[in-house]
Design a protein around this ligand. Structure first.
Ligand code: SF4
Ligand code: SF4
Length: 271
């Protein structure tokens, strides 16, 4: 890319960022307060830049300055404008359009003046020296829809696997026998939640009409087991028993009945 083109793109991005900021601020002036609150509480399906602190703290800390947006060389980040159904003026990205390319120098993070993007979340100490490490980013978690992923149909496709910058770690291809044909194999993508950075390069690369793999915010994508389920085959997991109360009661309509009652009950208790 020539210098002239680079300058042109930078100027264009600055202009768009300023527009988004001013649209956000002027909308705040004109919009009724309840409308603003609705947008502020809007969908939790929002992906933040790398190293963002937890969502509640992020909303408190981010001053909507757009410096992270401007610093991104790929135009990955945008500031939310009215109609985006996201907290106004805050930075986000949509991986199907432009994923995070996981820059090793992570230019979007150090420019944040408030700590909404926190460098320590994408750093590690190597031989006493603090170094940036984008693989520590946890922007979200990639989730595969096995019904629309064609690899689960038995068609050879490894687009997401190849696009992944943490290949063979965040996404692995798992071999499975195709019982339907009896002579073919499936090679299906499996996401490792402890390694996935949520960059969305997989979602961007997916070949299906609507991506069969998509990045969700961690708190949406992940379940919570609850303390009373223990992996009996994992001795380290049993340590969790030490901190759990033995007073576990399932409070449902059915649990109010004795076993005899519920065997003789009508279908009401199962509703
Ligand atoms: S790591 Fe790079 S590509 Fe990703 S949001 Fe930051 S600047 Fe943009
Ligand atoms: S640089 Fe920090 S404060 Fe400014 S918009 Fe980005 S996250 Fe918010």
């Amino acid at each position: 890319m020539s210098n002239h083109e680079t300058q042109h793109i930078t100027a264009r991005r600055k202009f768009l960022t300023l527009m988004a900021q001013s649209v956000g601020f002027s909308a705040l002036g004109g919009m009724v307060w309840s409308g603003y609150i609705a947008e502020a509480k809007a969908t939790p399906l929002i992906l933040r830049p790398p190293a963002a602190v937890g969502e509640m703290d992020f909303l408190r800390l981010c001053i909507k300055c757009g410096q992270c947006v401007e610093a991104c060389p790929y135009d990955t980040l945008s500031l939310a404008k009215p109609g985006d159904n996201k907290p106004l003026g805050t930075p986000f990205f949509t991986p199907r359009n432009i994923p995070c390319y996981m820059c090793t120098d992570i230019p979007c993070v150090p420019v944040c003046p408030t700590g909404a993007l926190e460098k320590s979340r994408v750093s590690r100490v190597i031989e006493g020296v603090n170094e940036l490490d984008i693989t520590k980013a946890r922007m979200g978690l990639a989730v595969v829809d096995v019904e629309s992923c064609i690899a689960f149909w038995g068609i050879q496709c490894d687009a997401c696997y190849r696009a992944c910058p943490v290949m063979d770690s965040a996404i692995v291809l798992e071999y499975r026998r195709n019982e339907r044909t009896g002579k073919h194999a499936y090679l299906v993508p499996i996401v490792n939640s402890t390694m996935c950075t949520g960059c969305g390069l997989c979602e961007h690369a997916c070949v299906t009409e609507k991506a069969a793999i998509h990045v969700l915010p961690l708190e949406i994508a992940k379940g919570a087991i609850g303390g009373h389920y223990i992996k009996g085959w994992d001795t380290s997991d049993e340590k969790r028993l030490e901190t759990q109360s033995s007073d576990v009661t399932t409070r449902t309509k059915r649990s109010e009945k004795s076993a005899q009652d519920y065997l003789n009950a009508d279908e009401e208790v199962f509703k």
